[in-house]
Design a binder for this molecule. Structure first.
Ligand SMILES: CC(C)(COP(=O)(O)OP(=O)(O)OC[C@H]1O[C@@H](n2cnc3c(N)ncnc32)[C@H](O)[C@@H]1OP(=O)(O)O)[C@@H](O)C(=O)NCCC(=O)NCCS
Length: 144
């Protein structure tokens, strides 16, 4: 029923960044604009849109030809725990494989570590602390 796809129109992108902001920035009182970084144009974006509503978003970038990184994974709060996160991760893993990546890495918020483990990722090491409170963990998955 739910399918991941690539945002295309400016309306798609507006809703895509809005969900990113609402889930990953607003609860920590971060300013509008803090959800966007300098690598958007060279990254690959994915979302799940259903009945004109954006329910999940994520971004993939190639750090090297062999290593892809997932960033800004967010599911609308009322839709969490229904399998949407897994659908969007699989979509971007396929995309990264098509592009030649052998490994996918990400920095997981502590609360999301069990989710990524259930998607096949392993913890490599403790990484950074965001907004002085959200511990992140570097995780990886071999895809080739
Ligand atoms: C973390 C997040 C992306 C997961 O997406 P989701 O759609 O809620 O997760 P799914 O429903 O696809 O879950 C997939 C699997 O992970 C498991 N899972 C998800 N969250 C879990 C948790 N907190 N603890 C244990 N298992 C969990 C599910 O049980 C499911 O397992 P299954 O496939 O064996 O049934 C989503 O909840 C979210 O946006 N959270 C807030 C923002 C955030 O933390 N983003 C991550 C930034 S690194």
């Amino acid at each position: 029923m739910y399918q991941a796809s690539i945002p295309i129109t400016s309306e798609d992108f507006k809703a895509y960044y809005q969900l990113r902001f609402d889930v990953l920035r607003k609860p920590w009182n971060q300013p509008l604009g803090s959800e966007i970084d300098k690598d958007e144009d060279i990254s690959h974006h994915a979302f799940i849109k259903y009945n004109d509503e954006v329910l999940a978003v994520c971004r993939m970038q190639l750090n090297t030809p062999e290593i892809a990184q997932l960033r800004y994974m967010a599911v609308s709060p009322s839709m969490q725990g229904k399998g949407l996160g897994k659908i969007i991760i699989q979509f971007l893993e396929e995309k990264s494989k098509e592009m030649g990546a052998e490994k996918v890495i990400l920095h997981a918020r502590e609360n999301a570590v069990p989710f990524y483990q259930s998607c096949g990722y392993s913890i490599v090491e403790k990484s950074y602390l965001l907004f002085d409170e959200i511990q992140h963990y570097l995780m990886e998955k071999h895809v080739k």
